[in-house]
Structures are given as C-alpha cells and as structure tokens.
Ligand binder design. Structure first.
Ligand code: UDP
Length: 442
C-alpha cells in the first residue's frame, strides 16, 4: 500500500509553471501567488511533508534544482526560451514543461509523489496529466479566474482570452479537490465553472506574522528617508491597470486640491507588470499630469524585511484593485499595525475588517476614494484605533493556518481518491460538458 493510499502524505509535487517561488514579488509576473507557494511549502515541510516545486526556468543561470529550505526543493524545468517569453505564450510550452515534470518523476521509485498541487490554470493543465500518469490525486488552486477578472476590468485593460476560461474549466472538472481563498470564490467556481461544491475547500492565505509585525514608525521613516511629519498613504503591488494605483493618485490629487495644507505623501512600491509593461512610466506620467509629482515617491520592489518597514512607515495602505482574489498586501499592512483602505472587491472584504481595521470603498470613483482617505487622515484618533485593531485582525491569518487547511484538503483528496478512481473506471471521465461561457468578453 502506498503512503497515499495509507492517507499519510510524505511528498507533494507543487506545480507553479509561470512564476517561481524564488522570484522577487511585486513586479512582472511575480506577486502573491509566489509568496503563497513558498510560504505554504515552508510550513508543510515543517509538518514533515516534503515539497518539490516545479517551475519554469527563466534564466540560463537557474540551477536545475535549488533547496529553498530543508524539505523544500525548487525544480527549474527548461521549457522554451529563458527570457522574453510572454505569459500569454506560455500555453505553447505546456507540453515541454509537462515532459520535464514527468521525466523528473521517472528518475525516482514509483510512488515518489503522493499528491500534486497545481497553482493557476496553466499548472492545472500540467497537474492533470501528472495526476493521471502517477495515479495520485490532484488538488488545484486557481488564484484568479478569467471570468471573474473579465467582469471587473479596468478601463482599457485587455480581457483574458476565452481559451483561458476553457482551460480553467477543464482543470475544475478534472481536479480531485479545489482550494479557494474565500467562500465567495468557492461560489464563483460553482456558479460560473460548474464545480462540485463538495470538492471545494476554503483555505485562507496568510501573512508571515513573525516578519510583519508592528514597529516604530519614526525609525521606519528614518530608514526609508521619509519625512517624519507627512501623512503617508502607500500602494504596494504590481503596477498594472487591475491593481488601480491610478485611482489612488487621482484621489490624492483631489485631496490636495481641496486641502493644499494637508501634508500628504503617496508612496508607490512595485514594478510594472502585465498590461502595465508596455508603458512602465505611465504612473509617473500620471502623477505629473495631475500636478502631484512632488507628493509621490516611487520605490522599486522591496524585499520582505524592508517592505515591513514601508508598511510601518505608512499612516494608511491603499489597495484600490478592481479584482483581488485575496490581497496579501492588505493582510501584511494590518499585521504591521497599519490601517487599510481597500476596494470592496473579492477577498479584500475578508482581509480587511471594514470600519474596524480600515475602510472598504465601493467602486473606484475619485470622490469616494478622496473622501475615504480624507476621513481617516483628518481623524488621528480613529486612525490610531484602527491601527490598534489591525494586528489583532491579521493574527487570524497565518501561513501556519493555511498549511493546516491545505493538509486537511490533501487528506480529503487522498481519502476520496480511491473512491473516485473506482467511479471513473466505471463511468469514464468524459465527455464533460462546457458550461456556457456567458461572462467572458472576447
Ligand atoms: N511584494 C513584495 N515586495 C514588493 C511588492 C509586493 O514582496 O515590493 C509582495 C507582498 O509582500 C505580497 C505580494 O507581493 O505578499 C503581493 O500579493 P497580493 O496578494 O497583494 O497581490 P497579487 O500579486 O497576488 O496580485
């Protein structure tokens, strides 16, 4: 009997095709998913489950295998050119990538992996085949969904292609279990993608609470060269239309116009990504056009310890995204004792406790955002109370909790696997029906 059949997990193959857990998040294709994959792997390894993460090599200097920590290996699979392959062209490399994953497994004794966990739909396609070849369950986390993203596009943003939603739908149909960040996301999988609600596990992501914790604001500002007396509102994340840093700049401009004495500073941390890549300086240009260039400080992507100082240095962190499956930045900021003003979309309504640890703003109108930010910045007592509440709320979300939830999902996947295999053998897997792709704008 293999360990998987025995319900004891020894080793998990994690698939993260399009972005490496070792990449610096906050620019290009690297963001919350990278942090999620690495942090959950570290926690699983601490619980005695080895994790091997397969990702695409993006540099000729990438070693084939890197030990990220004891029990966590990152395998850099060569599939396509190292540099210059656009994320939208990655589907062309899925065959090569899958071949790399299957060949690696073939070097080991049968039963080397007890389970496959895929992140994002591209990885789901790879995990699906690996699952069938290895005879182990597939757990899939979508992270974002094309249909949901397309329903909340920023003006001028490019819709996700129909092919992606078809690919997502295939993975949803094939995966033994699906993991979502929130109950709302589980509902979307059921309503839009036709997922079986009994195969979904809601597991909230977390923040590294040992790193992201309250600290001395004055010291943080001194370290970052920021003025000790200004009111600082910070945006952290990839610079792309979906993340809507322009909404913050417009609100800041409106606030400054109405109240020129308000000592406001906007700090923007991150690098261009996705549909922001073709004009990397567009946000700098917007600040100049709005007449607030002198009030905006741009910082490149920051490593975690320095990012914690950025959060501590800020009076408010703004997360104006049009769509957000959770919003790790909101959690991390609160863990550092900084209130968050966030768009009331996706997981942000879970990540932020509206009225207690920050404000949830419906929509993206400049006036609403200026009013929300202004109401906090002009009310130091309320801001201080929210700052006190914020770390308590963030303490509900840790990577330890996430790993516990994932392990539970893995156990269910393993326990249900034999039953599924028997059912599948009787009924066959297909042909399954595609749901109407009603919410996709082509
Ligand atoms: N991040 C970082 N340095 C930066 C900007 C972002 O390490 O300069 C990390 C941040 O700590 C967070 C992640 O990138 O963990 C962004 O995750 P989030 O869920 O907020 O957004 P996503 O990238 O998933 O859309």
């Amino acid at each position: 009997m293999t360990p998987a059949q025995n319900n004891r997990l020894r080793r998990v193959a994690v698939i993260s095709v399009h972005t490496s857990p070792l990449a610096q998040p906050g620019t290009g294709d690297a963001g919350g998913m990278n942090v999620y994959v690495l942090q959950s792997a570290l926690q699983l390894a601490r619980r005695g489950v080895e994790v091997e993460i397969f990702t695409r090599a993006t540099s000729s200097s990438d070693e084939p295998v890197v030990e990220a920590a004891p029990g966590v290996l990152v395998r850099n699979v060569v599939a396509g050119p190292f540099e210059g392959l656009d994320k939208h062209d990655l589907p062309t490399q899925l065959c090569a990538f899958t071949a790399g994953v299957l060949r690696e497994e073939a070097h080991h004794e049968p039963g080397h992996y007890d389970l496959v966990h895929s992140h994002y739909w591209l990885s789901g396609q790879v995990g699906w085949l690996a699952r069938d070849r290895w005879g182990v369950p597939l757990v899939h986390t979508a992270h974002t969904l094309a249909a949901v993203k397309n329903a909340a596009l920023a003006e001028g943003d490019t819709p996700e292609p129909v092919a992606r939603q078809i690919g997502e739908q295939q993975v949803v149909a094939e995966a033994d279990r699906l993991v979502t960040n929130t109950a709302d996301e589980a509902g979307q999988l059921v309503d839009i993608y036709g997922a079986d609600p009994n195969r979904i596990d809601v597991v909230a992501p977390g923040a590294d609470l040992t790193r992201y914790r309250p600290g001395d604001r004055a010291a943080a500002r001194a370290e970052l060269g920021l003025d000790p007396h200004e009111l600082i509102v910070t945006f952290v994340g990839r610079i792309q239309p979906l993340k809507a840093p322009d909404v913050l700049l417009r609100a800041a401009a409106a606030l400054s116009e109405r109240d020129p004495e308000l000592p406001l500073r906007v700090v923007v941390v991150g690098g261009p990504s996705g549909t922001g890549l073709e004009r990397p300086d567009s946000l700098i240009e917007l600040a100049a056009t709005l007449g607030i260039a002198a009030r905006v400080t741009f910082l490149p992507p920051q490593p975690p310890d320095r990012l914690a100082q950025v959060y501590r240095a800020s009076d408010v962190v703004a997360v104006p995204s049009y769509s957000e499956s959770f919003g790790l930045v909101a959690l991390e900021a609160q863990a550092c004792g900084t209130p968050v003003v966030a768009a009331d979309v996706g997981g942000l309504g879970v990540a932020v406790s509206g009225g207690e640890t920050g404000l949830l703003v419906p929509g993206h109108r400049t006036d609403d955002w200026a009013a929300a930010l202004g109401s906090l910045l002009r009310d130091p007592d309320r801001l201080a109370e929210m700052a006190r509440n914020a770390p308590k709320h963030a303490a509900n979300f840790s990577w330890e909790h996430t790993a516990d939830g994932l392990l539970e999902s893995y156990r269910r996947a393993v326990a249900g696997y034999r039953v599924n295999t028997e059912l599948t053998a009787r009924r066959g897997r297909g042909p399954w029906k595609l749901r109407r792709l009603g919410s996709v704008r082509a």
